[in-house]
Write a protein of this length. Structure first.
Length: 208
């Protein structure tokens, strides 16, 4: 429960209380061989409690808060190509108040991301190439600001990709020869490849 404040003429005054209650459920597991699925649902009721809220232009349901959220994430590893995996995420949300008085309502929607990964090595270092289509159906909605009140237009469909490589630090023997580091805590003769330990290349193409 938290206090609800309104700021007029640079003066904040308490209007009432905001009370949240709900239920969250999640399940994860291997549905089939190489197929892992995670499903979650959140039902929440966020009420605004206070005297004469209507006169203040405040509704009884918290601004920008939907009552129900659900998500499904699935990842499948190709049996004949174990280095390749595909994944999909589906995020759904219900209607939500788009104004303080709850008169305007934002529409429910479903957001879908589709992607894949390819794992390989670069100079002996494990690397992953990641590609993803975000907002696959190009859903248009005003982004729910869960961190605070306010709206922003959600990004249109986009193709997102990055390459990540992890280069192990190398041991340097007395002759100056570098060799792959063995597991264990670093010591004074270990030289870290600080500039190339993590290699990130980011490509982003956006279409309306």
């Amino acid at each position: 429960m938290s206090a609800l404040l309104r700021k007029d003429d640079n003066v904040a005054r308490e209007l009432g209380l905001q009370r949240a209650s709900g239920l969250e459920v999640s399940l994860t597991g291997d549905v089939l061989t190489n197929l892992r699925v995670t499903a979650a649902m959140l039902w929440g009721d966020i009420k605004v409690i206070g005297p004469d809220l209507r006169a203040e232009g405040v509704g009884t349901v918290a601004f920008n808060q939907t009552r129900i959220l659900s998500s499904i994430n699935a990842s499948y590893q190709l049996p004949r190509l174990p280095a390749v995996s595909a994944d999909i995420s589906v995020f759904s949300f219900g209607r939500y108040p788009a104004s303080l008085d709850d008169v305007a309502q934002g529409a429910a929607g479903t957001l879908i991301n589709l992607g894949g990964r390819y794992r390989f090595t670069i100079a002996g270092a494990p690397a992953t190439l990641r590609l993803q289509i975000q907002n696959l159906t190009n859903l248009y909605f005003w982004n729910l600001g869960f961190g605070g009140p306010g709206f922003s237009q959600y990004q249109p469909r986009a193709v997102f990709g990055y390459l990540t490589a992890d280069f192990w630090c190398l041991d340097v023997d007395p002759s100056g020869t570098r060799k792959e580091r063995v597991d264990g805590p670093p010591h004074k003769d270990v030289e870290f490849l600080t500039l190339t330990r993590y290699l990130d290349l980011l490509l982003c193409l956006t279409s309306s």
